[in-house]
Design a protein around this ligand. Structure first.
Ligand code: GTP
Ligand code: SPV
Ligand code: MN
Length: 579
């Protein structure tokens, strides 16, 4: 084992004073032992035998989502964190939060969790080591990453790893900090046991720290799904898509195509994080560094996402869902009535008022169990990307789909996207905010530099993916969805495929290329023509009302915003003025 790893573990042990230290090997026996202990002490609860190997976990009620206000980038220079991140001086952070870690594991076990992000043998793969006092985190990391011996083996070869120190502390939001030290590639997380705050391989490493690595080394770490679209005849293309938290990545990645009989099929590679590099062939290559899905439960049903239900039917954790007295998980939008005697997400008899499951209740399930998993999922090279999608929850203004004019305009589209906030984070929900590339909470450095990095990557691509914006969430004046969504989204993917092939018709508008009504494959879908026209409508007046918000956001980014994006804004304004 690497001596620097042993040294860091010793330091953490001296700081946190655990009663025991356990090095995790990721074995079945280890998982069985931890599970038994957690059943014993009430951290986990058994579920119905028809969910073999599945358990329920209930969080502290004040610890059910990411806490963006308590998440910090601790770069030496505050300017490197940029105006969209919280910043804390690294020395101050070490002193303040070091005090919280001091002795915090007394009476507890310190688990050393080595994990690999990316397929074994992939040049893009990276090792992380999380130290945690939460056995729930250990079990979750075992699902979400390639954990244990496989990571230690990889560590042997070059010794480099991203260290992350985590303690649940007192689970007190007033004593909670999610800290990233980009210069040291180090993560400190104190006071939360919730996924994105506590499973350090995910948002902390694979996005915030990895985005910095990508900036320095010339690649991209993105908050994206990764999917394969198979066309009649067997041709396959790969698509990556960035939608903000709880805006449909898992659902799109696991989509069951209503047109399978016609040879149109979707396969899943990833649902949350993508690492992308420029290949020697001038294409953009992508892989999913994770090994599991930490998916939103509410809204998941046999109709909306059957593959997710199958994936999470065994060997999975359910967090903050409701359960029937005999241990059947239940949540809003699951597609059947609440069983009698339902217990809500806090374990209380549900009185029918308020949600039974927490709106951000989640399942943690192994990717291997996904029926639609693509054979390319753990290809060490990754897959070549033909299209990038940006999207969010937009009730008005934004059409079902449009194509950017080119890479630079596509970067502008991603940089200026906005979405309504969701229960995935603790702040107010359903308010519209700019969330560039769905990375607002996850970019580990200055957002202006991040946009420049995207533009630089584009210059290195001789065969860049086409860039699109999608919006499944447009509403009519009564607040009803205009588009059926879910499986039917494949119809938009078909249009995208045909655009890549140079076949589908499109109308040029001030914001980009929009499908002509007859260019969408809508056979078998009962959609009235006026609804379709409303879905595809681009109203210059509405878009003119949109640009001041973009300008305000660009001013906030400040002088590190690439001039090319200002030019894009001015060009859009002038197209809208004449439109
Ligand atoms: P994170 O894991 O937080 O990053 O979320 P995600 O982007 O993977 O979102 P997910 O697919 O889990 O969807 C979140 C919510 O949006 C669920 O309640 C879904 O049912 C709902 N949703 C997903 N796709 C659609 C769609 O096409 N139309 C509508 N109306 N809702 C959707
Ligand atoms: C998100 O919030 O975007 C998630 C869930 O994917 S978490 O891993 O908790 O960040
Ligand atoms: Mn996410």
């Amino acid at each position: 084992m690497s001596s620097s790893l042993q040294q860091w573990v010793d330091e953490c042990e001296a700081l946190t004073r655990p009663d025991r230290v356990h090095w995790c090997d990721g074995s079945d026996a280890e998982a069985a032992r931890l599970t038994a202990e957690m059943l014993e002490d009430g951290t986990l609860h058994r579920l119905h035998p028809s969910f073999p190997g599945c358990f329920l976990h209930r969080s502290a009620p004040s610890d059910v989502a990411r806490t963006e206000n308590l998440t910090f980038i601790c770069s030496r220079d505050p300017d490197d964190a940029g105006p969209t991140n919280n910043w804390m001086d690294p020395d101050e952070a070490r002193a303040r939060v070091g005090e919280l870690f001091r002795g915090c594991m007394r009476g507890r076990t310190l688990y050393v969790v080595p994990y690999l992000m990316g397929p074994p043998d992939s040049p893009l793969g990276r090792v992380g080591v999380e130290i945690t006092d939460s056995p729930y985190v250990v079990l979750s990391m075992r699902i979400m990453t390639r954990m244990g011996q496989v990571a230690l083996d990889r560590l042997e070869s070059n010794g480099a790893f991203v260290p992350g120190l985590h303690s649940v502390g007192e689970l007190d939001p007033d004593r909670r900090f999610i800290l990233h030290f980009p210069e040291d590639r180090l993560i400190w997380s104190y006071g939360s046991g919730y996924g994105g705050n506590a499973l350090l391989g995910k948002k902390c490493f694979a996005l915030r720290i990895a985005s910095v690595l990508g900036r320095d080394e010339g690649w991209l770490a993105e908050h994206m799904l990764l999917m394969e679209l198979e066309a009649p005849g067997g041709d396959r293309i790969y698509i990556a898509g960035a939608f903000p938290s709880a805006c449909g990545k898992t659902s799109l990645a696991m989509l069951v195509s209503p047109l399978e009989a016609q040879g149109l099929r979707v396969r899943t590679l990833g649902d949350d994080i993508v690492w992308m590099r420029v290949g020697e062939d001038g294409r953009l290559w992508a892989l999913n560094p994770e090994a599991g899905f930490f998916g939103v439960a509410p809204g998941t049903s046999r109709k909306t996402n059957p593959n997710a239900l199958i994936t999470a039917r065994a060997n999975s954790l359910y967090t903050n869902v409701a359960v029937s007295p005999d241990g059947i998980p239940w949540w809003e939008g699951i597609g059947f009535d609440p069983p009698p005697g339902l217990l809500d997400w806090q374990g209380r008899p549900w009185d029918g008022r308020g949600p039974a499951a927490h709106p951000n209740a989640r399942f943690t399930a192994p990717a291997r169990q996904c029926p639609s998993l693509s054979p390319a999922y753990d290809d060490p090279r990754g897959v070549p990307i033909s299209a990038i999608l940006f999207g969010g929850r937009r009730h008005q203004t934004v059409p079902l789909v449009y194509q950017s004019f080119d890479w630079e305009h596509g970067v502008f589209v991603g940089a200026t996207m906005a979405s309504r906030t969701t229960a995935a984070a603790t702040a107010e929900t359903n308010v519209l905010r700019r969330d560039p590339m769905a990375m607002l909470p996850f970019c580990g450095y200055h957002m202006g530099d991040y946009f420049r990095h995207w533009l630089d990557i584009g210059r290195r691509l001789t065969h860049p993916p086409l860039i699109f914006h999608v919006n499944w969430f447009r509403q009519d004046s009564a607040g009803r969805w205009l588009w059926p969504g879910y499986g039917e989204n494949v119809r938009v993917l078909i249009w995208i495929l045909e655009r890549i092939r140079g076949r589908a018709r499109a109308a040029e508008t001030p914001i980009g290329w929009v499908p002509t009504p007859d260019s969408l494959h809508l056979e078998g879908l009962d959609m009235a023509r006026p609804v379709l026209e409303e879905l595809l409508r681009v109203d210059p007046a509405e878009w003119r009302a949109e640009t001041p918000g973009v300008e305000e956001f660009f001013r906030k980014i400040g002088d590190r915003l690439p001039a090319a994006l200002w030019s894009q804004l001015r060009a859009l304004e002038s197209r809208l003025a004449s439109g």
